[in-house]
Design a protein around this ligand. Structure first.
Ligand code: FES
Length: 264
């Protein structure tokens, strides 16, 4: 097919160094075709002319050459995406911060998805990440990504999980599986740890969400662990702390005396 009568509706001959066969672009990966189609779609929608797109892409390719990157075409669509990001942010079609959040979300979704499963985004994956810069004792500035919640469960204390002393085993695998499956890594920090204090209530779990503390005892079954994660999911979707649902209230207690002191 000749570029002049391209079914893409654009003149691909003006594009610098485009990998093509007999006038048709060729793609090594599906995402490259998607990036190509996105530029065509945005141009045909009037957000930029095809000449402007050609110039933007050319600028990215020249910058890569000046950085000494090999000109073998293997990174062509990386430069394509870089030019696209530069154009959409300069035209106000998307904010740089929003692009960063989305890229981080896809990277996290990829890391969290079991092998062989489709990588998908949940809408909660697109929440902005809050960061804080801390100066350490030796003067170094360290940036941390802040989490919304912390789920800790006692695994190796004197009582929790000690079946030889008559306590139920801790459903360790379920904690990790549910945390990964629900893609909560960016929102909830999970700790498998030692004694949390109220040993005689084994098996003990502590949840802090938006600064509010909830304790659970007798978390002996995978089903109960799933209910705790359902509760966390519910608060994430509601975007606020909520009291534990009725199914969990028989397991809720408060290890600290804050409530009693507040009333004094
Ligand atoms: S042994 Fe689990 S809370 Fe102490």
């Amino acid at each position: 097919m000749n570029a002049a009568d391209s079914t893409f509706g654009v003149d691909i001959e003006v594009l610098p160094a485009l990998p093509h066969v007999e006038g048709d672009p060729v793609f090594a990966e599906p995402w490259q075709a998607q990036a190509f189609a996105l530029a065509v779609r945005l141009s045909s929608a009037g957000h930029f002319t095809w000449t402007e797109w050609s110039h933007a892409l050319g600028a990215e390719l020249r910058a890569a050459a000046e950085r000494g990157e090999p000109d073998d075409g293997s990174k062509y669509y990386h430069h394509w995406v870089a030019a696209l990001e530069r154009l959409v942010t300069s035209r106000g079609l998307a904010g740089a911060a929003a692009l960063t959040v989305r890229k981080e979300a896809w990277a996290e979704a990829y890391r969290s998805t079991p092998h062989g499963m489709p990588v998908e985004l949940k809408h909660t994956d697109l929440r902005p990440r809050f960061r804080q810069t801390i100066r350490t004792a030796d003067g170094e500035e360290v940036e941390i990504v802040q989490r919304r919640a912390h789920l800790s469960y006692c695994h190796s204390g004197c009582c929790c999980g000690d079946v030889e002393r008559g306590y139920a085993p801790v459903p360790v695998d379920t904690f990790k599986q549910e945390w990964l499956r629900r893609r909560l890594r960016r929102i909830v920090h999970l700790t498998k740890g030692g004694c949390l204090g109220p040993c005689e209530l084994a098996n003990v779990v502590s949840l802090v969400f938006d600064g509010q503390s909830v304790w659970f005892h007798s978390v002996n079954t995978p089903e109960l662990v799933c209910q705790i994660f359902d509760y966390i999911d519910m608060m994430v979707l509601a975007d606020r702390y909520e009291p534990a649902p009725p199914t969990l209230t028989p397991y809720v207690f408060n290890f600290y005396d804050w409530d009693a002191r507040a009333g004094r």
